[in-house]
Design a protein around this ligand. Sequence first.
Ligand code: SER
Length: 311
Amino acid sequence: MSKILVLGSCGQIGTELVLALRSKYGNETVVAADLKEDCPLILQNGPYIQLDALQREHVRNYIIEHQIKEVYLLAALLSATAEKNPDFAWKLNMEGLFTILDLAKEGYLNKIFWPSSIAVFGPTTPADQTPQHTVMEPTTVYGISKQAGERWCEYYHNKFGVDVRSIRYPGLISYKSLPGGGTTDYAVDIFYKAKASGNFTCFLGPDTMLPMMFMDDAIRGTIELMEAPADQIKVRSAYNLAGCSFSPSELASEIQALQPDFKIAYEPDFRQEIADSWPNSIDDSAAQKDWGWKAKFDTKAMVQVMLENVK
Ligand code: SER
């Protein structure tokens, strides 16, 4: 098995992805990399290196010297943080991608995974069962960077034969690692507050429907996409993937079904506008047809696992 590098391995997706890849391909095969100097405890079962995705030469040298053949590039600023620092968000979200795409174009890498997001859609996109191919006019810095990134991925595939694969992740819900800086983060925080105090104040209004997914599904989908034969991958921008869709009030009701004294209040902030520009639900029939994707966790099952595992 050739070596795999996960850049941005200390983030919400990176942490669980490294663990899943290591249990599948062996601990020594999967190198975790992140800005942090010290490897977090949870990733200490395999190799770790401090790498800044923006240090192009450093990243290039590491990948070439260590004969890395597959990269998962997860280092990015998410939607809410990106609005506060647009210049840096654009720089981070785009420059790291070019470094990796160019390495693949030059023949150093066999395969790349780069995450896209439901943020590529905007207020003019059909909001219900949003199709794979549709109007895409994102209004956030994050969404613009993801949409541009998708175009570049497809371009590098078409022009240079780069084997790049991507998913438009919905909001991801997990208990092993925390999200940071996203508009969908409330759907993780709510479980910590439910366990700690039984009260939660939501930064989105009660009826704000958004596409979401339990992390186990997201990790399985990512690995399935990467393992699918190349000729089955018909979409080289990024695949729509659906898990479960819900609003804050619906999520609160599911929590109350298991924890009847749980209370929720609403104080929408600037993230409401971001959420309002995104779809309510996603049509993922292209991923189902091309490489057999199917979500396993609905909202009820996800809520149960979260309440059992959040400390
Ligand atoms: N979860 C992300 C965010 O809220 C969307 O990809 O920014």
